[in-house]
Write a protein that binds this ligand. Structure first.
Ligand code: 3SL
Ligand code: MG
Length: 240
């Protein structure tokens, strides 16, 4: 099994990913929020690339059955029910509901990878579960870091490294690891050993300055759930 990592989302030719398991990572915060929504019983998640589309999906499906979620620049979008803090995707809010979500980078990356053989959503909070699912599927793996506003984001690279590390540690077969995947694992290990100060990096510190002090801590907990969201035909549900 090959494990490759894309440092930041960019559109890839579909033949590059059509045989792969793609794991999209936007650890701060979209992929973590999506995992948490699925864990808390959301019926389905509809990620949209833009906010207007999210609002029209909700109008079409009916306001009572939906939760409209999303952010720009980290802040809740005007008129939306909730923003993009994982804590907002709690059971009271999302159980049995369709969550329609639009975020700056994460939902765009999910959309852009829709020609993957299998598209999973990963983060720190489900890193071992998503790694084991990728091993079970047996295809080459591409971990896609969403990035922040068109640039690489250390938080995503660290979480990608955590997932790659879990794949290597749980696989009975040898893994062929690309150079950037090695770099991501190295960053993850530095983070674990307190040699890399993630809190000083751009997006992490921006969330802190916006007052979201609990979100990064929540998002960087390891393995608090075994829920794996899967994206198929425009909809995210729980992978069985
Ligand atoms: O970029 C995204 O998709 C968001 O996750 C960014 S934020 O953490 O909500 O600001
Ligand atoms: Mg992010």
């Amino acid at each position: 099994m090959h494990i490759d990592t894309l440092p930041q989302y960019s559109k890839l030719p579909s033949n590059h990913i059509s045989a792969c398991t793609v794991i999209v990572v936007d650890v701060l915060r979209a992929s973590t929020s999506i995992i948490w929504a699925v864990k808390n019983g959301a019926k389905q998640i509809v990620p949209t690339a833009d906010a207007g589309e999210a609002a029209s999906v909700v109008n079409r499906l009916g306001l009572n059955d939906c939760v409209l979620a999303g952010e720009r620049g980290g802040e809740k979008l005007a008129g939306f029910d909730i923003g993009n803090s994982p804590a907002e995707f709690n059971q009271e809010r999302v159980y049995g509901k369709t969550v329609v979500i639009s975020t700056t980078n994460g939902t765009v990356a999910i959309h852009g990878m829709n020609s993957a053989k299998t598209l999973l959503i990963g983060g720190m909070i489900n890193r071992t579960a998503v790694a084991k699912k990728a091993i079970e599927l047996g295809n080459d793996v591409l971990i896609v870091c969403a990035g922040t506003d068109g640039t690489v984001s250390a938080d995503d690279i660290c979480a990608a490294g955590a997932i790659a590390d879990a794949i290597i540690n749980n696989s009975s077969e040898p893994c062929f690891v690309t150079d950037f995947t090695r770099v991501s694992i190295s960053l993850y290990k530095d983070f674990l050993d307190d040699r890399f100060d993630l809190a000083s990096t751009y997006h992490y510190s921006r969330l802190l300055s916006l007052g979201f002090t609990e979100d990064p801590v929540f998002c960087f907990q390891e393995d608090i759930t075994d829920v794996i969201p899967v994206y198929e035909n425009g909809i995210i549900t729980r992978c069985r």
